[in-house]
Design a protein around this ligand. Sequence first.
Ligand SMILES: Cc1ncc(COP(=O)(O)O)c(C=O)c1O
Length: 381
Amino acid sequence: MMDQGLARYETTLAGLERKGRRRMLVPQAGADFSSNDYLALAGSARLAKAIASALQRGIPTGAGGSRLLRGNHPEHEALEAEAAVFFGAERVLYFGSGYAANASLFSTLPQRGDLIVYDALVHASAHEGILAGKAQTAAAAHNDVESFAQAIEQWRAKGGTGYPWIAVESLYSMDGDRAPLAELAALAEKHDGFLVIDEAHATGVFGPDGRGFAADLENRENVIVLHTCGKALGVSGALLGASAVLCDYLVNRARGFIYSTAPSPLMAAAVREALRGLVDEPQRRTDFDELRNFANAELTAKLGVAGSGSQILPVLIGDNGQAVRVAARMRAEGFDIRAIRPPTVPEGTARLRIAITLNVDRSTISRMFTRLAAIMTEERP
Ligand SMILES: Cc1ncc(COP(=O)(O)O)c(C=O)c1O
């Protein structure tokens, strides 16, 4: 009986295999061209010391409960207070992950009768919340302000009376391009709406002191900003900056916040240290800016494609199988590169997502692009 119960899963996996879409867990090995540890903080002595000293101060490993119960540790509150000052938000809430924060905010804040207009390329975690919520939804063409405007106008013309919500990333995770934030903020103002900006890939890297591209918008009461802590900050969790009333509402209504054990207080201590490091170790970001510019120039020189300008450098391949083969050959040569396939990216746009971090140096980047150019030519049908 169980054989048959499991067979349907095997059938699905076999189907994924045929389409070149079956995923495997591949151990990390070789030079890091795929993590989001942009500033090489995850394995840094600075964060290790912060954890060691937190342990010495008696900070517990586990929170022991939900934030609404016994799990609300002073370390969480200290982080939130410091982060609010750092990012210039009225209030900040610390979530266990960016996924949980996005799923919570989109399923909780937009109300029935509201409209969420989301960029076609927003992250799966935003979709999770959007699908679970009660607001109407519309997709806007990627980075096309006019498309956002039209969606709102059409909704109003059909009698929409609630508030519009605009959902974007400041730096897109799979394309490495930037959102037109100033225009989107103006659009939100014009329509008396909210703007939600996911800074996952910009936090720590861009903006004054690494505060992100939305640094000058973060104090507006109609703007909600998400800073994930597992990428450039090298730890885990996410800091959601918003007006005090919206944060208070989330504390009361966001199921992902309420019905979940609070993040480890040790991680909160490490995130505090990472934020301090952004201010007192600016050299890290300067080094990173230089390395990122170097990598963009190398990409163009060796592969003849324009770089995104950011640390996320997509190399479009198109065919799933070919993308997987090229990535596997690069890994075999010591370059940890991963293929990104649908449904993470649109059909027919399988790619290598090359991420530049301070875990690699210039000569490794150079060698990697030389080999990539050769292997891509060999694998071309
Ligand atoms: C744009 C974006 N938002 C949210 C997330 C989720 O963040 P986390 O990894 O902390 O769950 C990610 C990471 O995958 C992301 O790329």
